[in-house]
Design a protein around this ligand. Sequence first.
Ligand SMILES: Nc1ncnc2c1ncn2[C@@H]1O[C@H](COP(=O)(O)OP(=O)(O)O)[C@@H](O)[C@H]1O
Ligand SMILES: [Mg+2]
Length: 239
Amino acid sequence: MIEVKNITKTYVNGDNETHALRGVSFTIDDGEFVAIMGPSGSGKSTLMHILGALDTPTSGTYHLDKHDVSTLSDDELADIRRNRIGFVFQSFNLLPRATALRNVMLPLIYAEVPEKERIKHAKAALANAGLDEDRYNHMSNQLSGGQIQRVAIARALVNNPALILADEPTGNLDSHTGDIVLGTFQRLNKEYKRTIILITHEREVAEHADRIIYIKDGVIVEDGNSHDKRIISHAKRKE
Ligand SMILES: Nc1ncnc2c1ncn2[C@@H]1O[C@H](COP(=O)(O)OP(=O)(O)O)[C@@H](O)[C@H]1O
Ligand SMILES: [Mg+2]
């Protein structure tokens, strides 16, 4: 599904160049649950922006399904974002004075889906994300942190995207609520066969995925099964 080949990203500000990614390659198959883990400043968000078609690499190629994303125009990138990718961010980006249901319906309004369909799809996505039905008509500012993140996950699911990208989705949650949200990702992956990429700087969070790609200073230092503790401790020794 995803093939990244020798991607680099260099930010240029005046005379100052930052090499955020320095040659990153990997493939991710349909239905995988992968964590991209690394310390602050290692290039995770830069990589997430490229994988999410929010930005393009300085060099290298990125294929999502059969599309070479690295060469697309802004309009084509927007189309990929709307139709193929669901985003979940640390700051939930919900409309506080809209109901849970309405927040989830929003991407479908942009996609010009008829209202009856919108309600049906939004309810199905909320159910998949595990929000209790009696919360659907609560304003999002009347929900708990964990409930809000479930709404954000439902919103990411509602377009039926092939790929879910989550950047530090538990960063603003206490650890118990974070575990529940991570369990939701695991269920979406195992039961609903969603491909999930979870970005995190925390090993405990990354271990909820099946595979961990460990990135440091813009390069991959380890890539392997998350249940193989050797890989992780090896990566930690290099820190
Ligand atoms: N827009 C930008 N302009 C200049 N430098 C940037 C920009 N975005 C990120 N960087 C730099 O690129 C490196 C990687 O950043 P980032 O991808 O945000 O890492 P992470 O998400 O792992 O903390 C850092 O050194 C950061 O300061
Ligand atoms: Mg980041």
